[in-house]
Ligand binder design. Structure first.
Ligand SMILES: [Zn+2]
Length: 181
């Protein structure tokens, strides 16, 4: 079972934290040894898009760690105060400087090992003017036969692209939920 164990000090009083099962609970929680505050840790949402222009997909080359220099779909952590759709659009603007119109939710991928859920929306690019942000070295359109499969940054990106091209071949886009190791 995945444990982040990211807390060392209490958020409220700065006291030392110990992982233990609180009363009426059934798993270890970061519990403050001074004030007793229990810190709950839950999976994070990563939201992104599959931006499409004609038969090409937009990928971004990462200018940051992890996976510096590798290619990804535009995606990032969902922020408080925004919907998954808003977050997906924001990340696409921030990373690729691309103008898009969202289509349907496309993949929901559990990455239990790292405590994340990745959600990708299909999106239509409104033009091909890209102005990548500081997290991106370059943003580029790729046809299916030129996708850099061996230089993709994340397995969820690979899974999403694989399904996208399979669905496009079939002429029908479903919605896919899967677990990624
Ligand atoms: Zn405390």
């Amino acid at each position: 079972m995945f444990h982040a164990r990211s807390f060392k000090h209490c958020k409220a009083c700065g006291g030392a934290v110990m992982y233990q099962v609180p009363a009426d609970d059934n798993r270890d929680r970061a519990t403050c040894t001074l004030c007793g505050l229990v810190h709950y840790e839950n999976p994070l949402n990563v939201v992104g898009t599959v931006p499409v222009w004609r038969d090409e997909v937009l990928l971004c080359r990462r200018n940051i760690e992890p996976r510096y220099g590798l290619w990804t779909l535009p995606a990032g952590f969902l922020e408080l105060g925004e919907t998954t759709a808003e977050g997906a659009v924001r990340e696409t603007v921030e990373e690729a400087g691309a103008r898009i119109e969202l289509e349907g939710l496309y993949t929901v991928l559990n990455v239990v090992r790292v405590g994340q859920v990745h959600l990708f929306y299909r999106a239509r690019l409104l033009d091909t003017e890209f102005t990548p942000g500081p997290e991106t070295i370059e943003a580029q359109l790729f046809a299916e036969d030129s996708i850099p499969w061996d230089r993709l940054a994340f397995r969820t990106v690979r899974e999403t692209l694989k399904r996208f091209f399979e669905d496009r071949q079939r002429g029908q886009f479903g919605m896919h939920c899967a677990d990624v190791g």
